[in-house]
Design a binder for this molecule. Structure first.
Ligand SMILES: Nc1ncnc2c1ncn2[C@@H]1O[C@H](COP(=O)(O)OP(=O)(O)OP(=O)(O)O)[C@@H](O)[C@H]1O
Length: 245
């Protein structure tokens, strides 16, 4: 399998907080990789390092064979590294259509190309019925879909989705995971950062588990989720006593 992203010995501290601790893992082209771990284990910091929000103290991020550490956030986006945020960040004053078009124009430059791209994305994302609504008026689940749709306007090779299911009801979660799979079927690699384990086991081909900023283990979601060290990382060392009592 071809590697699209290689995280090599990454390290990042914020003052006295060692957020990422000599972390290494690979992402393979075309997969949906679940990036999981307890609160504070370093998932969002990893995404921020890969997208260029933070610079690491040590380590390399190899994307399509090239170390991208020196590249800016926009350069990484133009290279095909997309991301969403835990809290959606819509362009409040724009409609759904114009919001996607604005990003498409940044990437495609020509108005006609950006327009074609926008209509394609509206169609495939099921956002067409609300294309003319103001972003500010959208409910949370539509804001989250719009965030994903906007990233698509950059023609990404990989998208990191940071808790795209948080705050959604079961039906909205189902629709969102369907959308994520649809994006993946377009040939786009996905890093899926999520606490909803049913969704992780449903759509992820593989998971990487972080704990205290380092790699705990990786593998098949159904196998990894049952490993005692993973359960202990989530529930704490006392979980065995709790089960036995
Ligand atoms: N900008 C920052 N300044 C200081 N500490 C930070 C900063 N960003 C993250 N941290 C700390 O780094 C550690 C890892 O945080 P991170 O947000 O990456 O974890 P996470 O796995 O995404 O957690 P969650 O599941 O709660 O979102 C935490 O201890 C956090 O408080």
């Amino acid at each position: 399998m071809e590697k699209i992203l290689e995280i090599r010995n990454l390290d990042k501290s914020f003052g006295g907080v060692h957020a990422i601790n000599h972390l290494s893992f690979d992402v393979y082209k075309g997969e949906i990789l679940g990036l999981i771990g307890p609160n504070g284990s370093g998932k969002s910091t990893s995404v921020n390092l890969i997208s260029g929000v933070y610079l690491p103290d040590e380590g390399e991020i190899i994307y399509k064979g090239e170390n991208i550490i020196g590249k800016s956030i926009p350069d990484r986006a133009y290279l095909g590294i997309g991301r969403t945020f835990q809290s959606p960040r819509p362009f409040e004053g724009l409609t759904v259509r114009d919001s996607i078009y604005t990003v498409a124009l940044l990437h495609h430059r020509k108005k006609a190309d950006a327009k074609t791209k926008t209509e394609e994305i509206l169609e495939m994302s099921d956002l067409m019925p609300i294309a003319n609504e103001l972003c500010a008026k959208l409910p949370i689940e539509k804001r989250k879909w719009l965030d994903m749709a906007r990233v698509l306007a950059m023609d990404p090779s990989i998208i990191m989705l940071d808790e795209c299911l948080a705050g959604l009801n079961p039906q909205e979660m189902e629709m969102s995971t369907d959308f994520v799979q649809k994006i993946n079927q377009m040939g786009i690699t996905i890093i899926f950062i999520e606490h909803v384990m049913a969704a992780v086991t449903k759509i992820c081909h593989r998971v990487v588990v972080l704990n205290e900023g380092g790699l705990l283990c990786d593998g098949d979601p159904n196998v990894v989720m049952k490993m005692p060290e993973v359960i202990e990382a989530y529930l704490g060392g006392g979980y065995k006593n709790a089960i036995e009592n």
